[in-house]
Ligand binder design. Structure first.
Ligand code: UD1
Ligand code: UDP
Length: 387
């Protein structure tokens, strides 16, 4: 079986590394069918600290295709991806296209595959913020509409899909009789797998303890600092929101480490921002360093999706600099709090937020990569008599 994995942005390298490892283990075990994974890197992220470092640390093989699409407006970037991915898929003719999350690379992978009648499996399906001003929400909604296999981290994700009519009529597709149609118009299959980021975290947590010396390098002591990241367009591209967040950071009387995403770096440079002494701006760091920083932080402030979950798994309280979140379970369980970009709410939360003692497991059993691969192998489209 041939799978083309389309990735391009930082969190996708981390997620795909977990599934690629499961694929390699499947092949090593001699189980049938052998799987050939073709890695396609769109080039959406390209700085060493946003891309190559993850390939090195997470032992991801060199992508067979590097499309070097780079940055641009949504239309330009996605358009370039569509054209380049199409060439690869036409040449490789994979049985499946595997996509992750909600970036423009996700959308381009889904759309190109669907138009070429190649079935799509979507890892992290069913997440919703219900805010269509977010580019990611549009990407997810479209990707989920086009996918034949929807791999969900939680029941909430399954329910979100059901509310959009996805996965409700398994086995009753109006297209079911068209077996001769080359288009895989099988009813979409929805499976709860848990979250592959939990696998990635397991892989990194032990290595972070031995391979990262970032606390020493930055002169930090465990529990003696806050860790912050900000990169969502809704925060970086809105000067009021960004200045409220920065003003809250400045008002805190604790050291704050802030690895700055390149999108944010551009805005901060353009505005001539100078951080106060307590705020330490650093370049984006690799996965072992960020996990080491997260583990020992007193508290996380972030608008990242992945870091809200990592904070939960690492039992670090999280303050989310957004008005809504897709990862509602972390909020419902009291370990994550939504404060938007409101200076006073941010400051008050940093001073007073105390999560409860209870910490139920969330997003699966830590084996989501294996469950995802199994779901793919067991999909009815892989049964020979279907197509
Ligand atoms: C993208 C995703 C977002 C995800 C984030 C992960 C979309 C629409 N957004 O946002 O969902 O959370 O990745 O980090 O796909 N840049 C560099 N070097 C790089 C990459 C980007 O300098 O290696 C700069 C460029 O100026 C670029 C800007 O960052 O224009 C934004 O990059 P882009 O990939 O368009 O979106 P992200 O904000 O990274
Ligand atoms: N991350 C990283 N280095 C950093 C900041 C974040 O490795 O300097 C990791 C983080 O731990 C998480 C992932 O990148 O695993 C999240 O990516 P990002 O916040 O860019 O995107 P999102 O999850 O919001 O889509």
């Amino acid at each position: 079986m041939k799978i083309a994995t389309v990735i391009g942005a930082r969190p996708q390298f981390i997620k795909a590394a977990a599934v690629s490892r499961a694929i390699a283990a499947h092949n090593r075990s001699g189980a049938s069918p052998a799987i050939e994974e073709i890695l396609v890197h769109t080039g959406q992220h390209y700085d060493d600290g946003m891309s190559a470092v993850f390939f090195r640390e997470l032992e991801i093989p060199e992508p067979q295709y590097h499309l070097n699409v780079g940055s641009g407006s949504h239309g330009c970037q996605t358009g370039r991806m569509l054209a380049a991915i199409e060439e690869v898929l036409l040449r490789e003719k994979p049985d499946w296209v595997l996509i992750y999350g909600d970036t423009n690379s996700t959308l381009a992978g889904a759309l190109t595959a669907a138009k070429l009648h190649i079935p799509v499996a979507h890892v992290e399906a069913g997440l919703r913020s219900f805010n269509r001003r977010m580019p990611e929400e549009i990407n997810r909604v479209v990707a989920d509409q086009l996918a034949q296999l929807l791999l969900c981290p939680s029941q909430v994700a399954v329910d979100n899909l059901a509310a959009e009519g996805i996965g409700k009529n398994e086995g009753q597709s109006p297209f079911f009789s068209e077996k001769k149609c080359p288009v895989p118009v099988f009813p979409p299959k929805v499976v709860i797998t848990g979250d592959v980021m939990a696998n990635a975290l397991q892989f990194a947590a032990a290595r972070a303890s031995t391979q990262s010396d970032i606390l020493t390098r930055l002169g930090l002591r465990p529990q003696g600092y806050l860790l912050a990241t900000v990169h969502r367009a809704e925060n970086t591209d809105n000067s009021d929101r960004l200045s409220n967040i920065l003003s809250a950071f400045a008002a805190l009387d604790e050291p704050l480490v802030f690895p700055v995403h390149p999108r944010t770096r551009k805005v901060l440079q353009a505005s001539g921002y100078h951080p106060p002494n307590s705020v330490k701006l650093i370049d984006p760091v690799g996965y072992f360093d960020i996990i080491a920083l997260e583990k020992s932080a007193r508290l996380l402030l972030t608008d990242s999706g992945g870091m809200q979950k990592e904070a939960y798994w690492l039992k670090v309280p999280c303050i989310t600099l957004r008005d809504e979140t897709e990862w509602v379970e972390t909020v419902q369980n009291g370990w994550n709090i939504l404060v938007g970009a409101d200076r006073d709410r941010i400051v008050a939360a940093v001073r007073a937020f105390m999560p409860p003692p209870a910490h139920p497991p969330l997003y699966g059993d830590g084996r989501a990569a294996v469950h995802s691969l199994k779901a793919l192998l067991n999909h009815p489209l892989n049964q020979e008599d279907v197509l």
